[in-house]
Design a protein around this ligand. Sequence first.
Ligand SMILES: Cc1cc2nc3c(=O)[nH]c(=O)nc-3n(C[C@H](O)[C@H](O)[C@H](O)COP(=O)(O)OP(=O)(O)OC[C@H]3O[C@@H](n4cnc5c(N)ncnc54)[C@H](O)[C@@H]3O)c2cc1C
Length: 393
Amino acid sequence: MGASHEARNTGTGTPGAVREVDVVVVGAGQAGLSAAYHLRRTGFVPDRDFVVLDHAPRPGGAWQFRWPSLTYGKVHGMHALPGMELTDADPARPSSEVVAEYFDAYEHAFDLRVRRPVDVRAVREAGSGGDGGEGRGDGGSGHGRLLVETSAGVWSTRALINATGTWDRPFWPRYPGQETFRGRQLHTAQYPGPEAFAGLRVVVVGGGASGTQHLLEIAPYAASTTWVTRRPPVFREGPFDEDAGRSAVALVEERVRQGLPPRSVVSVTGLPLNDAVRRGLTDGVLDRLPMFDRITPDGVEWDSGPELEGGRRVDADVILWATGFRAAIDHLAPLRLRGPGGGIRMEGTRVAADPRIHLVGYGPSASTVGANRAGRAAVRDIRRLLADVPAVA
Ligand SMILES: Cc1cc2nc3c(=O)[nH]c(=O)nc-3n(C[C@H](O)[C@H](O)[C@H](O)COP(=O)(O)OP(=O)(O)OC[C@H]3O[C@@H](n4cnc5c(N)ncnc54)[C@H](O)[C@@H]3O)c2cc1C
C-alpha cells in the first residue's frame, strides 16, 4: 500500500500487459480467504492493491472436491473464517456444499473479488528473465518485484501470499509391482464414496484420518477390507483440546523452522478415538497390518509378518491409497526456496530467505484454525515490509 497506486496498470483485460499490485494471494481456500479478509480490513483495495487467484472452478477451496459422504457433521471441527460465522449448517449435508456456499457468501460479503479459474504456473524474480536467483539486483534482500505467471496473464507484485493447500498434490508412494496390479488403484483425492466399492475386495493404505474414515464407510459395502499402514496407528483418547493442539502445532513449527518438509497432521496429533472408530476396532475393520512388500497382479504380498488364511498375501480388486498430500507449491520452484533439508525454512508464515513470500495453510498452519491465524500474521508482516521499502522497484 502506498504512494504507487496512481501509476498502476489496473486494467484487467489488456492482452500481454503486466498488471501491478502490492500483493498477490494464490489460492482462495481457508488460508487465502483469511489473508484476503485481513488485507481488505487494513485498507488494501481488491484489484488495485491486491488480487486473489484460484484455479478451481467455484468457491470452496479444496472442500468443493471432497466426497459427498464427508458430511458437515463428520468433519473434525471446521473453524469459521474471520469476521463471519458459519451458522445453521445442516450436519447431514455434504461439507463440499456447505463450505462452498459459505465461502461464496464470504467472498461477496467482503467483496474479495476472487479471480477464477486462474492457474498460477510460475512465480519468478522480475527482471531475472530466467529461473530465479540471479539478477535480483538487491543483494537478496527480497525487495524487488515478483512476477506471477498465470493462465490469465502476468501480475507483478511486491509480496506474495501463497495459500495453495495440498489437495492438488496427492502423495502416491511407490511399491514394487505396482504397475502390474490388474485391479483399480485410486487415491483419497479421487474417493467417490463407499457405494463404488460394493462387492469388491479393498486394500486401504494409510494410517491417517482419511484411511480410517474410508474403511469405516466401505466395510459395510465391500466383500472384504484390509488396512495396511507403515507405523502402528496411535489412537488418541479424549477431546483434542487447545493444549494438545498447541503442542502438535509446535512440533510441526519446529520442523519447518529447521527447513525440513512438514509432517502429516496425524503424525503429531494421533487419530481421534470416537464411537465409530471404537466399533471398528471391536469388529475388526480397523485391524491393521504392516506395510506389504510388493504388489502383485492380484493383490498384495508380504515377505514376512502377517500369517493370513491364504498365506502372506491378500487378493484385492482395489487399492485405495489414503497416503496423504504434499504442499502444492511447484509454481514456486523458479524461486529455489527449498534448502538442503528438503523443505523451505520458515519464520512463522514468512519464508526465512525471502520476506516477500508467505506460505499460509502450510505446515503448522495446515488446519482451518491455523489457516485463519496464518492469514492474519502474513498480512501484518507484509504491511510492515511494504511500509519499509520504496513502492517502485
Ligand atoms: C479429507 C480432508 C478433511 C479435512 N478435514 C478438516 C477438518 O475437519 N478441520 C480442519 O481444520 N482441517 C481439515 N482438513 C485440512 C483442511 O483441508 C485445511 O485445514 C484447510 O481447509 C486448508 O485450507 P487451505 O486454504 O490451506 O487449502 P485449500 O482448501 O486446499 O485451498 C487451496 C486453494 O488453492 C487453489 N490452488 C492450488 N494451486 C493453485 C495454483 N497453482 N494456482 C491457482 N490456484 C491454486 C486451489 O484451487 C484451492 O482453492 C482436512 C483435509 C482433508 C484432505
